[in-house]
Design a protein around this ligand. Structure first.
Ligand code: AKG
Length: 271
């Protein structure tokens, strides 16, 4: 008899401690059977992007760095992953939550020869939520190397202030009023512990919405597709950031401090 997803333990005690301490862990091998399914969904989005599709390489820069999000309701493969993979359960374990809600899915592709790096950033300042019990996946759908992998700054989810968000294509500030954010420190100064995960197909990097992450361009000969779903645990609440967030979630009709509405952000796992 197979163990139901809700009861199975996916993480070791060491992994749970590391997630709390570092804000990121590598999960090995769990998503192997999902790679083809996610690739099929990914292609559907590339062929028919949503209104949120965004090109990050502009002007004379080489290559292509495209992203899109919030497609899971129209892409059956993404819906299936969210509802049936162990992804949500693992976030529940990692964050010690009683239940987990879906926030959104996200795809990112860097074509070979893309010079544009992914700038160091935290995701939370772009989002319309606050909270500590969060988890984002970065699941490569192509073989990757340390040269083009996502990198994380260990422990940055515990920094006392959020880092000022900016637009990746132009580097302009994301919000008009942003004096309450801090500047991104010089991550490459040697003062920070950077993890460059070694990931094979079927592995994932799981990180807190506050964990600083970034990636080089893609100077390899292979495409670099990555799939993500962002999940929210018990303490996550809506926040009005005083401007359009990313994703925007227009018409959400919540006040700062409200629990995220379950009709838009369904509970996909409960303890
Ligand atoms: O794939 C990338 O280069 C960036 C990924 C990222 O920033 C994210 O998943 O939050």
């Amino acid at each position: 008899m197979t163990t139901p997803v809700a009861l199975q333990q996916w993480l070791t005690q060491e992994q749970k401690i590391a997630y709390e301490r570092d804000g990121a862990i590598v999960i090995k091998g769990v998503f192997k059977e999902w790679i083809e399914i996610l690739r099929a969904g990914f292609d559907k989005v590339l062929n028919d992007p949503s209104e949120h599709g965004r090109e990050n390489v502009t002007g004379t820069d080489k290559g292509r760095f495209f992203e899109d999000y919030c497609n899971w309701q129209r892409i059956p493969e993404f819906k299936q992953w969210i509802e049936q993979s162990p992804g949500a359960a693992i976030v529940g374990e990692a964050t010690g939550s009683k239940q987990v809600q879906t926030f959104h899915d996200h795809i990112l592709v860097k074509e070979p020869g893309t010079s544009k790096p992914t700038p160091w950033h935290q995701d939370l300042p772009y989002y319309c939520v606050e909270g500590e019990q969060t988890g984002s996946y970065w699941i490569p759908l192509d073989p990757i190397t340390p040269e083009n992998a996502l990198q994380v700054v260990l422990g940055s989810h515990r920094w006392p202030k959020l880092v000022r968000p900016s637009k990746w294509s132009t580097n302009a500030s994301w919000y008009e009023e942003d004096s309450h954010f801090m500047d991104m420190p010089d991550i490459d100064s040697g003062d920070f512990e950077i993890m460059i995960p070694e990931l094979e197909l079927g592995d994932a990097l799981l990180f807190n919405f506050k964990t600083v992450h970034g990636a080089p361009g893609n100077q390899t000969m292979n495409r670099r597709r990555a799939f993500s779903t962002r999940f929210m645990g018990d303490d996550v609440r809506y926040v009005d950031r005083g401007g359009a967030t990313s994703p925007p979630f227009d018409g959400i009709n919540l006040k700062t401090g409200d629990k995220m509405r379950e009709d838009w952000f369904p509970v996909v796992w409960q303890r």
